[in-house]
Write a protein that binds this ligand. Structure first.
Ligand code: CFM
Length: 541
């Protein structure tokens, strides 16, 4: 047994047998000699009683996918808590532009029906309808989202009917999302619910293609800390027309025209792969998994996009930007690398960032020795080829699968979208991994650990025994880990910093990590386990 396998064994020891058996399936130590795929267990229910870091379906739908759409008002139908705690905490930035002036930006506001006991007893539909009327009268949004929270599903309010009637009254689109928190095992369910609704009702309803030879969408980029804006100028300078960043700084108007783009780029596979796949089926739009976190990763993604379009002009301009930007930030990163070289990191983040940040860490001479996700699916770990073999359980059946067919009028084969011959497209597919994501596993090294849906106990044991130099996670465990004497950075909200994407982003990240690792504060901290014995409950003693 290797050291890390011993640590994992020890970590699982306090659990009852059934829990131990369950949790083992969510842990993989990378083994280069393994003949088969790891078959990690993922996207299944967290064991009751264990506090892990997941969110709920409402969080995934409202908080992640539809809430950031800047010119739509998103109403949380439910008691005030869900609306309040999902208000403005994700740093998905948005700005005014010609199409969306300042008075049409609502993504930073919080709208909720604030259901009270009488609404729970007698139903909240009338209150919701009144709220839609008030919102229209006061804000005149282009369209409205209604996101339901748990009690709405329990009492059976028909938000679809309320939305339909409101559409007729006001002549604007009102979309209803049955994204009650319990609809899935995590926020991942909410991503899917949101993707379905946008795809069914918004995408494809616009008619004006933005000008340009190469119109692209950037899907699954939420402009946290301004990441999307960093990519906007890079892609713009190279010669692409960025039609829509979904949903970072995105507008309802742009989402209507997603289908008019030539190519979809997918940054976060977990939250948006549904739209990418459905657009491939319905409109024939090809998609490319990209990663703009890290210099090498950014360069590789830009080169692959250029290859997809394939003309000399775009390939030349891409190389020019890569050369200039890499040379510009290189010396700055060299300085930071002096501090960071050889340092280790442990990351548990959502459903895609652990993979993305492996590349940036590696640019800085660091190694991610433990990589975890909260709610990823097996394909995010092992690659999309496993999708047909994933068993559907009762929880995944809660979310309707849309079975789309090619659109009679708007479907075009992928090579037509890219303005090339079928032969050339087939050849392109052998060089660029179109419509595919390989997952995090192939990028892990021998002996490194993958952990799915980790909980506080497991994080504590791993931090104490593996002693990484840096922990990358969220606010829920940031301060616990700080108190253990280990630097911790939030990779969800970036600790009020960012952007971390692209070239300038890499510099910002390196600076923040160097600051975190070198602050004199660490000299003032003695980790608790060095001065106090561990306190355990009776049943575990
Ligand atoms: Fe995608 Fe995200 Fe992520 Fe995600 Fe998220 Fe986020 Fe995330 Mo927090 S959409 S899966 S549900 S990249 S909010 S912008 S940082 S957990 S790793």
């Amino acid at each position: 047994m290797t050291d890390i396998e011993g640590t994992i064994d020890e970590m699982l020891t306090p659990y009852p047998e059934t829990v131990k058996k369950n949790r083992k399936k969510h842990l993989i130590v990378k083994d280069d000699t393994a003949v088969c795929c790891p078959q990690i267990e993922a996207n299944t229910r967290t064991i009751p009683g264990i506090i892990s870091q997941r969110g709920c379906a409402y969080a995934g739908c409202k908080g992640v996918v539809v809430g950031p759409i800047k010119d739509m008002v998103t109403i949380t139908h439910g008691p005030v808590g869900c609306g309040y705690y999902s208000w403005g905490t994700r740093r998905n930035k948005a700005r005014a532009d010609d199409a969306t002036p300042k008075d049409k930006i609502y993504s930073q506001l919080c709208f909720t029906t604030d259901m009270q006991e009488p609404d729970i007893v007698f139903g909240g539909e009338k209150k919701l309808a009144r709220m839609v009327d008030e919102v229209v009268a006061a804000f005149h949004p282009r369209a409205i989202n209604i996101c339901s929270t748990c009690p709405v599903g329990l009492i059976g309010d028909d938000i679809g009917a309320v939305a339909k009637a409101a559409e007729e009254r006001h002549g604007i689109q009102v979309l209803a999302y049955n994204c009650e928190g319990y609809k899935g095992v995590s926020q991942s369910a909410g991503h899917h619910i949101a993707n379905n609704n946008l795809m069914e009702n918004v995408v494809g309803t616009g008619t004006e293609r933005k000008p340009g030879k190469r119109v692209i969408n950037l899907l699954g980029e939420y402009n946290i800390g301004g990441d999307g804006w960093e990519l906007e100028w890079i892609l713009g300078e190279i010669g692409y027309t960025l039609n829509c960043i979904l949903t970072g700084d995105s507008s309802y108007l742009d989402i209507k025209t997603l289908h008019l783009a030539d190519l979809n780029l997918v940054q976060c596979h977990r939250s948006i792969n549904y739209i990418a796949e459905m657009m491939e089926t319905k409109y024939g739009t090809p998609w490319l998994k990209v990663n703009f976190i890290g210099i090498e990763a950014t360069n590789q993604s830009l080169r692959q996009i250029a290859q997809v379009f394939g003309d000399e002009e775009i390939i030349g301009k891409t190389e020019e930007v890569i050369e200039r930007e890499t040379a510009r930030v290189g010396p700055v990163l060299d300085q930071y690398r002096k501090v960071l070289q050889g340092k280790t990191a442990f990351a548990i983040v959502g459903g895609s960032r652990s993979h993305h940040y492996q590349y940036l860490l590696s640019d800085l001479g660091m190694e991610m020795i433990i990589a975890g996700y909260e709610f990823a699916h097996r394909d995010d770990y092992e690659g999309r080829q496993v999708i047909p073999s994933i068993k559907t359980d009762a929880d995944s059946k809660n979310i309707p699968e849309l079975h789309l067919v090619p659109d009679e009028k708007m479907y075009k084969e992928a090579h037509v979208h890219l303005n090339m011959s079928k032969e050339k497209y087939d050849e392109l597919k052998t060089k660029v991994p179109l419509n595919y994501y390989e997952g995090i596993y192939p990028n892990m090294k021998e002996g490194q650990v993958i952990i799915d849906d980790a909980n506080h106990h497991e994080v504590e044991v791993l931090i104490q025994t593996v002693k990484p130099d840096l922990f990358l996670s969220g606010v829920r465990d940031k301060y616990i880990v700080h108190k253990m004497g280990v630097a911790s950075k939030q990779l969800h909200a970036y600790d009020y910093s960012g952007p971390y994407a692209g070239y300038n982003g890499a510099v910002n990240f390196a600076r923040d990590v160097v600051n975190a690792l070198t602050t004199p504060a660490w000299k003032l901290i003695t980790p608790p386990w060095e001065k106090e014995p561990e306190i355990r409950s009776e049943s575990n003693a």
